[in-house]
Design a protein around this ligand. Structure first.
Ligand code: ADP
Ligand code: MG
Length: 713
């Protein structure tokens, strides 16, 4: 393609062919690659403390002469490298494990080095830094050059900090000014952002930490802004496709004509016959939030464009009833509806609940799950294909594997957020026509993640719990108090209640988890509660066995259910009022909240007991949050803050979260700003067709083709 930014790295001042080959190891081939290989952090070398001033527990940049380097074998065939660094005032040890190449590097010459890391007190009260980043101070470094804010880059073996820094400085000095600006003038002005050229230069050659922060802010904004443009444009496109216009108003009958005479009143306001039918079908009054969301959905369904809506609501907020309202509307308009659940247990549970609601109305509900006998499955599939089955319920997999429908109008995806965007896409392309899609997340996620992962969907929030629930009491107990916990559970069992026990999370592997569940089952069944009826549930059991066990528990023919996290979603037994979670600190916060949501579903005071020895501040604060609040949104925010987006349940390795520079926790305010700016820009120029938006249009197109690649792989 050419262009100065595509210049090969070997032509950068101070690089050359040999160094270029080394830079290639980091994936840096062109000037543009180098410019966008942004520093991981900065060292303020105007201020390196004397070694005497170091304190354990604080990160520090240290500078000194290398006094000695020793390599020593330790247990398990590993080696430890200990380098002692000294200045006029004291000593500090630098320690690495199993990185022989570092020892070789350090033994190459004598001289001064600079290192960065967390200081702690080691053996014999000496101070040490474990696995520090480090580099030689070149003798030809001018003191002046050395004493400033220095960028620190991510490296790989054999690539030196000095080389990357040299390449980046040269790229920034000579090429950054040529990086074209893609943000429109108006946005730069209103958001007070500097040019991209300025920002890239300050990232690599900061005049001060303040300027570097301003530069970073500009780049973060751009990253969020582009992402939001992509998502919003996708959303707009769906809104332009042709979908099904469900004639709900007509169904809703006589009142429609008269109410529409009033300004702002809609035919879907309460009172139509469909509302009457819905109220009659449900065994309870809908909450205000459920009614509001039902109306939002019905309005979407009535529009001729496809619905693409996300429902978020805390555990127990009653998402199923809202889904049932949507399905009822679809069926009454002459279409089929499908509900996809993440697990078979949940699919069966939904089938049972929905049959109870729909069959009295003469609406057929049919399960499509994996392990049905072939004959049954064939019959149900036929019912789906001929339209006899008006509501079909299955796991995500089953429905994607090409079940045929006669006239599918609505797909509801009940989604633990480990199922994602990809499945939703598959559905759109696979299903006949362009059905309306409703996605329900099983667990609330923080707003920043919603905007990132589901930014292309319309959002409805159920922010109200059904009335009359007693808040669940949560207790956190150390393992040493386990026997007291068992006694407390026994007392509840004596009162006629039932209990769940969740086994420790060993690893994310069904077989290993099954073992852990067997182990806990054995202990509780044989030793702790020999006089009680104890059942076992894990992912390695046949689905008929699982179903039978669930059934026994539901009928109170079991007192205790020992399980892996398979009960995390969907299980609903009002008489079960205590949830004991073993080794609770091994689970994610959102997961614990979800597990806790299995109790508190009936009239009894419910309890959740977290058994955990917290061995760090983080795990202590995690347990405390659960004890303090039952607000799922708050818990999700904390989970994000404590563990970062990459570690949250279900969003692991989600491509959409791989930001080049932005950080969803730290930069959430910028995300809000970028989203607002993107919406405003698109409302003026929906296709970015204006000449001053040409640069932006190009960037958006690039991003879309990148994310398309990710989706297909
Ligand atoms: P979730 O949002 O976690 O999927 P569910 O739809 O499973 O919640 O509902 C949780 C429980 O609350 C169910 O037992 C359901 O019957 C009950 N429920 C839902 N809505 C209401 C309501 N408006 N009034 C009373 N109970 C309700
Ligand atoms: Mg649910």
């Amino acid at each position: 393609m050419g262009g100065p930014l595509e210049t090969e790295v070997q032509f950068l001042k101070g690089v050359g062919p040999k160094a270029a080959a080394i830079l290639h190891k980091l994936g840096l081939r062109t000037v543009s690659d180098v410019l966008w290989h942004l520093p991981r952090r900065y060292e303020d070398r105007r201020d390196t403390p004397q070694l005497m001033m170091l304190r354990p527990g604080q990160p520090a940049t240290v500078r000194g002469v290398l006094e000695s380097v020793e390599t020593r074998p330790i247990r398990g065939g590993r080696v430890m490298i200990r380098a002692t660094l000294g200045d006029d005032t004291g000593l500090v040890d630098l320690i690495w494990f199993n990185q022989a190449w570092i020892a070789r590097e350090l033994q190459k010459k004598k001289g001064e080095i600079v290192a960065y890391g967390m200081v702690r007190s080691g053996a014999k009260n000496k101070l040490e830094i474990s696995s520090p980043e480090w580099e030689w101070i070149d003798a030809d470094d001018e003191t002046e050059e050395f004493a400033k804010v220095v960028p620190v880059y991510g490296l790989s073996e054999g690539v030196s900090q000095a080389l990357v820094r040299r390449a980046a400085a040269s790229a920034a000095e000579f090429f950054a000014p040529q990086v074209p600006e893609s943000l429109p003038e108006s946005i730069l002005r209103s958001e007070r952002l500097k040019s991209v050229a300025w920002a890239l230069n300050q990232m690599h050659r900061p005049d001060s930490l303040e300027k570097q922060r301003e530069a970073r802010r500009r780049l973060v904004f751009e990253e969020f802004f582009l992402m939001q443009l992509v998502l919003q444009m996708k959303r707009n496109e769906v809104h332009q496709e042709t979908g099904i216009a469900f004639p709900i108003t007509q169904l809703s009958g006589q009142r429609a004509a008269s109410t529409s005479l009033f300004e702002g009143a809609s035919a879907l306001d309460e009172g139509g016959t469909l509302w009457d039918e819905l109220h009659a079908m449900l065994p309870f009054e809908l909450t205000g939030a459920q009614r509001r969301v039902t109306k939002e959905i019905w309005e979407d369904m009535e529009r001729p464009t496809p619905m693409n809506r996300l429902i978020q609501g805390d555990v127990g907020s009653g998402k199923t009833a809202v889904a049932a309202a949507a399905m009822l509307a679809a069926v009454r308009c002459g279409y089929q509806a499908a509900l996809m659940a993440p697990t078979e247990i949940l699919a069966e549970q939904h089938t049972m609940n929905l049959r109870r609601l729909f069959e009295p109305l003469g609406i057929a509900v049919v399960p499509l799950v994996g392990k049905q006998p072939a004959k049954v499955k064939r019959r149900y599939q036929q019912m789906a294909a001929t339209g006899l089955a008006q509501i079909c319920i299955g796991t995500h997999a089953i429905i994607q594997e090409g079940v045929e429908f006669q006239k599918l109008g609505l797909a509801v995806v009940d989604e633990q957020h480990r199922f994602g965007v990809r499945q939703r896409m598959a559905l759109r392309t696979k299903a006949i026509g362009n059905p309306d899609v409703l996605v329900m997340t099983a667990t609330p996620i923080p707003r920043t993640l919603t905007m990132t992962l589901y930014g292309d969907l319309d959002l409805s929030i159920i922010d109200e719990l059904p009335p009359g629930r007693k808040p669940i009491k949560t207790h956190w107990k150390p393992t040493s108090e386990r026997s007291f916990v068992y006694q407390a559970v026994e007392k509840l069992l004596e009162e006629g209640r039932q209990a769940y026990f969740v086994c420790p999370m060993i690893e994310d592997n069904e077989k290993v988890q099954a073992q852990a569940a067997e182990d806990l089952f054995y202990r509780l069944n044989e030793q702790v509660f020999p006089h009680r009826r104890v059942g076992l549930l894990h992912g390695q059991m046949k689905s008929t066995e699982k179903e039978a066990t669930m059934d026994l528990f539901r009928k109170h023919e079991l007192d205790i259910l020992v399980s892996t996290v398979v009960i995390e979603v969907g299980v609903d037994v009002p008489n079960a009022c205590v949830m004991v979670i073993e080794d609770a600190n091994r689970f994610g916060l959102a997961q614990l909240h979800q597990l806790r949501g299995r109790v508190g579903r009936g009239e009894f005071q419910s309890f959740c007991i977290l058994i955990a020895d917290a061995n760090s501040d983080e795990s202590r604060s995690r347990m405390e949050i659960l004890v303090q609040t039952t607000d799922g949104f708050k818990i999700a925010e904390e989970d994000l803050r404590l563990r970062g987006p990459g570690d949250m349940a279900g969003v692991k390795q989600h491509g959409a979260l791989d930001f080049r520079i932005a950080d969803l926790v730290q930069d959430s305010d910028l995300l809000e700003k970028a989203r607002a700016a993107a919406l405003e820009l698109l409302s003026d120029d929906p296709l970015l067709a204006a000449p001053e938006h040409a640069g932006l249009r190009k960037r958006v197109k690039e991003r879309r083709s990148e994310s398309a690649l990710v989706t297909v792989s």
